[in-house]
Design a protein. Structure first.
Length: 179
């Protein structure tokens, strides 16, 4: 049976190195962590990512309910020249498709209230003249053969298993736009 050691916080504090103690003049609360969704775009410039215009002039609607993921995908696509309309749910995603007639839609499958499959059906119901024939890529954590088969059978043009590499996203978009 493994030995379980309980730590006494007072004993731990007494054995801490002086340089590890909190400085009372600079409490940690002065430096709160921010979620990615609250960071300004300039704070992401340190990421080693080339600026390119490979998606220049391309309009993309991104539907993702997790704000940090939505922010990251948005920033990545903007860095590659795309016009991006981020949407946190299927209702806003459908409205963005109606208003902006995008070249491509990226949609999460598990969304609140209406999922990605329902969004796809709603988009197709718009008709070709209203943007209903736009290619849609599924982004989902429900991977594997069954998940991929289900999304492709439903009418998505491509399927990306989360987490995916940014280059995979870029390649999926480029291959759909070439077709």
């Amino acid at each position: 049976m493994p030995k379980i050691t309980l730590l006494n916080i007072n004993r731990l504090r007494s054995h801490m190195l002086p340089q590890l103690r909190l400085n009372a003049e600079r409490p940690l609360s002065r430096y709160p962590a921010k979620p990615l969704s609250q960071l300004e775009p300039k704070s992401c410039r340190s990421v080693n990512m080339p600026h390119s215009a490979v998606l220049s002039g391309i309009t993309i609607v991104v539907v993702e309910d997790y704000s940090d993921t939505l922010f990251g995908i948005r920033q990545f696509l903007i860095r590659h020249g795309a016009n991006v309309f981020p949407c946190p749910d299927a209702f806003e995603g459908l409205q963005a498709v109606r208003e902006h007639h995008p070249d491509i839609v990226l949609s999460d499958i598990k969304l609140p209230k209406r999922d990605g499959f329902e969004l796809l059906r709603d988009i197709r119901a718009l008709g070709a003249q209203n943007g209903g024939n736009v290619p849609v890529i599924a982004m989902t954590a429900f991977g594997g053969f069954a998940g991929r088969y289900r999304t492709i059978a439903a009418g998505f043009e491509a399927h990306l298993d989360k987490p995916f590499a940014p280059d995979s996203l870029l390649e999926a978009i480029k291959s759909i736009l070439r077709a």
